[in-house]
Design a protein around this ligand. Structure first.
Ligand SMILES: Cc1ncc(COP(=O)(O)O)c(C=O)c1O
Length: 445
């Protein structure tokens, strides 16, 4: 990193209640990041770390991208904020067109939110509104999936299926949510790509139709690849089967592409990679290279038209929106990201890197303590042998990784990899070397 960051440890760490963190432990031994450039982060002890998960899958174009910083600065100098209801500014329309030009089929209408969670919340609301306005107000049930993750507000949490997130909150979850079984089968061991078995698990959706009636189900929401739980790749044919069932029973299919969107799988969207088009798609994270909060809901023309055409002209068609829906700085970041994707042909770069990444990842197969590896595109997960740590092997090993110059995400007993798209082969080598060393150290501990 060229410039030395000027940084002092804050006087007090007590007031900030940190998200998804072991607060008490952190405050005894803080991990503070003080700088970031390209594929590297720097901690408060001056140590360099390679960013092996693009933060939370956020920064695939690398840290400190001048083009994005300059675009945001320019936008802020010209127009820092304008409230987004009943008025707008040019950039948000321009970005919406760029997004709609890339999303598949007639997914052409773009609603901005603040983050992935609010994108999912909005998708839930749009799906329900569509049915209600078409005379099907009894369609209030949403079908999610075990081990799914869609965010942390009440709607997104309700349709998710990660046990630790849900534990203790039953009484305040959305009513009527059903969960299909997840697709991580015991026989899915060290599979690079899509498993051959498990497509029939999609029939869980049809079983719900038989049990509760199609006329009670609004939508089915899944991540094309489940990210947060540790990269569960859909079995071959699974997503297609979900699509068939949704078509048959007029259930809206929502793909949460907050992680898989924007080239992570080797296609621009998971839906293109797996050749299944949803009715609604949610995006966030990489949309702005993670540096400005933004969520996006992309909706099929038919759904938009059906809602908008039913309202009298001059009235609000959907009573929904956020103070920060598509604010100028976030939009400027989004437009700069689009430029970089185009100029640097990021999609080809990702496609070229994928085989090297996956082969390197699966080379860890024979390491002691590695129980399973999953990988698809530039996404990978390593399950570690549990040593009975209360917080899980993933978090324990994450701490060792941090000390050994590699920064990544962990969940349960797993480590998650989502390298930046700007990585070169030497960076992938560095990630794997540091991982190997950290896993050995974790097992010795
Ligand atoms: C698939 C998916 N959906 C939604 C979310 C929630 O996004 P956010 O944290 O921006 O609210 C996440 C976050 O990791 C995610 O992985």
């Amino acid at each position: 990193m060229s410039k030395e960051p000027s940084f002092t440890i804050p006087n007090s760490l007590n007031e900030h209640w940190m998200p998804f963190s072991a607060n008490k432990e952190f405050k005894e031994n803080p991990r503070l990041i003080v700088g970031a450039q390209g594929v590297y982060l720097k901690d408060h002890l001056g140590r360099s770390q390679i960013d092996a998960s693009s933060g939370l899958y956020c920064n695939p174009l690398g840290h400190g991208r001048k083009e994005i910083i300059e675009a945001i600065t320019k936008q802020l100098e010209q127009l820092d904020y304008c409230q987004p209801f009943h008025q707008g500014f040019g950039g948000s329309f321009e970005l919406a067109s760029k997004i709609a030009n890339q999303t598949p089929a007639d997914l052409n209408k773009v609603f901005y939110t603040i983050c992935g969670s609010t994108a999912v919340e909005t998708a839930i609301k749009i799906a329900f509104t569509y049915h209600r306005l078409n005379g099907n107000e009894k369609r209030y049930r949403f079908v999610g999936r075990e081990k799914g993750y869609h965010g942390m507000n009440i709607g997104a949490m309700s349709v998710g299926g990660m046990p630790n997130n849900l534990k203790g909150y039953d009484n305040i979850m959305m009513p009527g949510v059903l969960r299909m079984r997840h697709t991580q089968l015991p026989e899915h061991k060290f599979i690079q790509g899509q498993p051959d078995t498990g497509a029939e698990l999609a029939n869980d959706l049809e079983k719900f139709v038989q049990q509760y009636g199609a006329d009670s189900i609004a939508a089915c929401i899944v991540e094309p690849i489940s990210g947060s739980v540790g990269i569960i790749v859909p079995p071959k044919g699974y997503l297609k089967r979900l699509r068939e069932i949704c078509d048959q029973y007029e259930i809206i299919l929502i793909f949460d592409e907050v992680v898989t969107g924007w080239a992570r799988t080797g296609s621009m969207f998971g839906s293109q990679e797996f050749d299944v088009t949803p009715d609604i798609m949610t995006l966030a994270k990489a949309t702005t290279n993670g540096i400005m909060p933004m969520g996006v809901v992309v909706v099929k023309d038919e759904i938009y038209n059906s809602i908008v055409d039913k309202a009298p002209k001059g009235t609000v068609e959907l009573f929904h929106g956020y103070t920060y829906s598509g604010i100028p700085a976030a939009v400027a970041a989004g437009l700069a990201v689009q430029d970089i994707f185009e100029k640097e042909d990021i999609l080809s770069r990702v496609k070229n890197l994928i085989p090297y990444f996956l082969d390197s990842l699966f080379s860890l197969k024979d390491e002691e303590g590695v129980e399973n590896i999953r990988g698809y595109g530039l996404l990978g997960a390593i399950d570690l042998r549990s040593k009975g740590d209360v917080a899980g092997a993933g978090f324990e090993c994450f701490k060792i990784c941090y000390e050994n110059g590699i920064n990544l995400k962990s969940t349960g007993d797993s480590l998650i990899l989502a390298p930046q798209f700007i990585c070169e082969k030497k960076h992938i080598d560095e990630i794997m070397d540091k991982l190997r060393r950290s896993i050995k150290l974790y097992l010795k501990k």
